[in-house]
Structure formats: C-alpha cells, structure tokens
Design a protein around this ligand. Structure first.
Ligand SMILES: [Zn+2]
Ligand SMILES: [Zn+2]
Length: 433
C-alpha cells in the first residue's frame, strides 16, 4: 500500500511538471518566443499560431511538392540496409536530384525500387544509374527499375555507368549483358508487346583504377570516380559536383587513402559504417570468424568511419549499410562518436537531405504505399511492326477469343474510339482464328 501511494505520488509530481512545462510553453509560444525546455520537440516542425494555420516547416518531405532551387541538391536515401531482406529497410540506393532537374540513381539495391517508386517521379527521369560495385545488394533491383520503368512509360533505354574489373567478366558491361541474357524471355516478349527501345541498357564501363576521373559531365553536373577497397578489385566511390557543391557516395569500402583525398571537405559525405562483430553474431546469425572480417576487414567499423570523417571533415556525414533499429543504432552511434564529433546522420530509408551553400537539412519523406507511375509528357512508341511472332500456332489456337471477345466488345470499342485506335484493332486477327 505504501509503495502504491509512493508510486501515485511520483506520477502526480511528473504530471504536474509536464503540465507546468506545457503551460509555460503555451504562454511562450503565444508570445512567439522560443521554447527553451523541450526545444527538441520542434523536430516535429514549425509553429501553428492560428487554429486554421498550416505548418509548412514540418520535419517531413512530401515527394512531388517542392521545386528544387537552381543552386540546390536533394538526396533521398532509397535503400540503406543489408543483403538480407527486411520489410523496413531496403539494400543500398541513393537518389541525387540537382537544381537543373537532373536525377541520378547511385546503386539500386534489392528492395529499393519500392522507395524510388514511392517518390512518384516519372520513369523517364530515372534513366541514369551509377553502380558503385556489382554486389547484388547494390544492384539487385535493377530488374524492377528496368521492367517497371518499361511498363510504366519510360521512352528511352536505361543508362548504366559502372566500373570495370580485374578481368572483362568482372566488369559492369559483362554484368549488364548477362542480366539481359538472363532476362531474354522477358526482353523478347515485352519488346514484341510494348516497345523495344526502353528495354535496352546502354552501358558505360570505366576503368575502376583511375583516380578522381570524370565519368559523367553534362548540364553543369560532373560525376567522378576513384577506387574503393572492398572484396576484390572493381568497386569505386563517386563524387557528384554541382554549382560548387559536392556529394560523395562511398559505396562499400574499407577506409582508404583515395577517399581521404577526394572526399575531403565535401558537403555531404556518405560512407558505410558497420555494426560491431558481436551484433553480427547475435542478430545476423554469422559465425564469429566471418563477423569480425565482415565488419572490419572488408567493410568499415563505426570507429573507423569516425576516423575517416575526422580526416575528411565534411559539412555533413552520413553513415549507412546497417539495419537501423533500437538494437543497433545507439551502439553504432557511440562507436562513431569515439572518433568523430562533427555533424552526422545515421541513415535509414526515406531520409532526405536538401543541400545548399548555406544549409544542409535532413528530413524524412512521407510516401504512399500505393504509388502509381507519373507521366512525363512524352509517350512511348508502340512495338515494331513486321517482327517475328513470339507465339507458335499451337499456343494461339488455344485462345478462347470467341468466348470472351463478345463480352468485352462494348468496353473495348469505347476505348478504341476515345483514343483513335481503329487502325490498331488487334481483335480482328484474333477472331479469324
Ligand atoms: Zn558490397
Ligand atoms: Zn553492400
């Protein structure tokens, strides 16, 4: 009983204190003054001083609602996790948008396309992909970008930039050529039904060894690469330069001297940071002999990440490549803070950074789970005429057109008239069979 009373007393004291803080805040808020005690709560965004007022300065980004300024860069984390899939976090993918309207995907890790699609950007604008290396957790969703964009109106080929390897079979060109071979049935049949050009992949493979080389330069945007050190020759890090600003995408890498040199002083620097080996054993089911190499022999530990950033001194550092959750984020943050005191974000999917010369702002994107494709204004052409059929007569004679065409005739006739498709009426041929 005594304990219960004591508990109730404590609750009353806490409630009283919270009320006081609230009233104090209310009073100060009405006077338009800063709220000194729970200032952090402003993470939820701006002030609403009138009951009909809006709060434009929320801590969220609503895709498709903000025009970038000419001298601004936006970077959206579309994947920040691990090769093992998880609903809450996809594998590596960063979208960088520049004030001139250009958009660049850096990696397209498994599961990341759901986040890219959630931004509801026309697929025509998502045609430039830069691969840091050819691990599948950095390119696994290329199928969804390739075929998803194709079926949802992309008018041109997908363009892919990526590094060479120790041998031609370890390079980006080989990976993409063989992706298309693996998807040959998909490519052949979709080409016949939709349009062949958006199903093509244009590959620009460059030498992974060249330091700080220009791999892309157009429209005021320069993208450079330099070697990264990971599980074998080939991986690279990228820097995107625009209007005197620089965003570095490290990819997967052990700390290296090229990174220290070429990422130095950049505005936003993204580098991997791996959890402690103990967590790989406990949470990721890895044997200890693997866990301590994964974190720290071909990846970068928290302490090492911090050391790199203390040398590079970016305006803002971003750590990625860990499942960001209660069990991991605090210890990794502490690991990093052993060696780095500067501005830092612990990446998770849908995190958004807006970068200008004056300010770097971090927010979270609020996306729909039910995204649709958005038109760009250009229309995809139809399939090429006169190509050999993808069907044998045997399969075609099994179609039940006589049964179903009468019941869908009215609906399709109306559609045909609305879009003037009379000369493309595919039904006549089918009914003759
Ligand atoms: Zn990797
Ligand atoms: Zn990786």
């Amino acid at each position: 009983m005594k304990r219960k009373l004591k508990f109730l007393g404590t609750v009353a004291v806490i409630t009283g204190f919270v009320m006081l803080v609230y009233l104090y805040g209310l009073q100060n808020g009405q006077k338009g003054q800063e709220f000194p005690i729970i200032g952090k709560a402003e993470a939820a965004g701006g002030k609403v001083t009138d009951p009909k007022g809006t709060a434009p300065d929320r801590y969220v980004y609503y895709p498709g609602t903000e025009r970038l300024a000419e001298d601004e860069i936006r970077m959206v984390v579309c994947g920040s996790g691990m090769p093992a899939a998880r609903h809450g976090q996809a594998a590596t993918c960063f979208l960088v948008e520049t004030g001139n309207g250009d958009k660049f995907l850096f990696d397209i890790g498994t599961g990341s396309m759901a986040n890219v699609a959630g931004l509801m950007i026309p697929y025509d604008y998502l045609d430039k992909l830069f691969l840091t290396h050819l691990h599948t957790d950095h390119m696994g969703d290329i199928d969804a970008l390739w075929a998803g964009g194709w079926t949802a109106g992309r008018t041109g080929p997908l363009k892919v930039w990526g590094p060479s390897g120790l041998t031609p079979e370890l390079g980006t060109k080989y990976a993409m050529d063989n992706f298309l071979k693996h998807a040959n049935w998909d490519y052949t049949t979709r080409s016949a039904m939709i349009s062949p050009i958006p199903g093509m992949i244009e590959v620009q493979e460059f030498d992974y060894k060249v330091e700080n080389q220009v791999v892309y330069q157009e429209n005021g945007v320069t993208i450079r690469s330099w070697p990264a050190i990971h599980t074998g020759d080939g991986p690279v890090s990228y820097a995107l330069e625009y209007k005197g600003m620089k965003v570095v995408i490290g990819g997967d890498t052990f700390p290296n001297t090229w990174f220290l040199k070429y990422a130095k002083g950049a505005d936003l620097v993204i580098h991997e940071a791996f959890m402690m080996p103990e967590l790989f054993v406990k949470l990721y089911n890895q044997p200890p002999q693997l866990a301590w190499r994964v974190c720290c022999a071909f990846h970068t530990s928290g302490q090492a990440f911090g050391k790199v950033m203390s040398e590079v001194k970016p305006r803002h550092a971003v750590a990625y490549h860990f499942f960001n959750e209660e069990a991991t984020r605090y210890s990794l943050y502490e690991n990093i803070r052993e060696t780095y005191e500067g501005p830092l974000s612990m990446a998770t999917d849908r995190m958004v950074f807006n970068i200008t010369k004056d300010k770097i702002r971090e927010r979270m994107a609020v996306m729909t789970d039910d995204a649709w494709a958005v038109p760009s204004g250009k229309r995809q052409p139809g399939p090429e005429k006169g190509k050999p059929s993808t069907f044998s007569p045997y399969i075609l004679q099994g179609r039940w057109d006589k049964g179903v065409q009468p019941v869908q005739k009215k609906m399709l006739d109306e559609f045909m008239e609305k879009y003037n498709l009379q000369d493309q009426d595919w039904r006549k041929q089918m009914m003759q069979k």
